[in-house]
Design a binder for this molecule. Sequence first.
Ligand SMILES: Nc1ncnc2c1ncn2[C@@H]1O[C@H](COP(=O)(O)OP(=O)(O)O)[C@@H](O)[C@H]1O
Ligand SMILES: [Mg+2]
Length: 294
Amino acid sequence: MLTNRNSIARAASAGGATKSNKAASTPATGSTIELTNVSKAYGEEWLSDQILDNLSLSIAPGEMTVIVGPSGCGKSTLVNLLAGFEEPDSGKITIDGEEITGPGKDRMVVFQETALIPWQTTFENVVFGPKLRGDMKTADLEKEAKKLLVKVGLGEFMSKFPLQLSGGMQRRAELARALINEPKVMIMDEPFRGLDAMSRSLMQEFFLQLFEENRRTNVFVTSEIDEAIFLADNLIVLTNKPTKVEKIIDIKLPRPRNYSMLTSAEAFEYKRETMAILHEEAMKSFANTSKGVA
Ligand SMILES: Nc1ncnc2c1ncn2[C@@H]1O[C@H](COP(=O)(O)OP(=O)(O)O)[C@@H](O)[C@H]1O
Ligand SMILES: [Mg+2]
């Protein structure tokens, strides 16, 4: 099987309109992100742990780019770099040609841990960021927040506190809180991890519907292969650290998607291919960590 190890594997300008799996009626919005030879290590020089190693990648506008990789390979590190919370040691990350130098409201991040403020209602949580920045008139902001909360199915729960919401509802509140900023890029780091199986698949369907309506640039990190295939336009499979891109799989399942597509022969082949790579990486990692063990 051919691999795209450490290569800039996709022309960012590919966009959406010409590809067969795109919903023709929804034009791509959002930004292009380019990572060029990005390296990142943690720790002092004498005991440094190389996490990302000359990683290059293009993230196309309006597409759902899903990243999978072995646990600890640096997926969250990559998310932190894209969000601008961390800087690469070398290499460059640009968004629409501008180098990322820090966090910005053009990129919203949703993590697996809930970041909702526990003593604020769902509604207050959603308006909190824009209110603090003062970049929207209060009346407009409140109207927009209500609209978004209805859209994510929380119309009846606006005045509830986060702890009064189910896990799935909390994730939907987080989505509303990110979307109120109208980001060009949504970055999701295992956002549905920890939900029970039923809530998780409902969230995936719900999230996909939101994406297919808006077609923002999305970067979605997951360790769940079915979730990855169900959501992705492009599936980026990473190696163990020092981490590179092992393979980019173009997921050609049609949109709008539904769960039955995961039982197709095509989906099965994507799954087999992804699992084979991840299994090989896990075996390598096991071989390394078991060295010296009697
Ligand atoms: N702030 C940090 N300081 C030191 N080491 C870190 C830091 N953040 C992550 N790491 C290390 O980097 C590696 C990759 O972590 P992470 O990006 O969280 O992986 P993943 O999200 O793929 O599971 C791990 O070995 C982790 O211990
Ligand atoms: Mg992580």
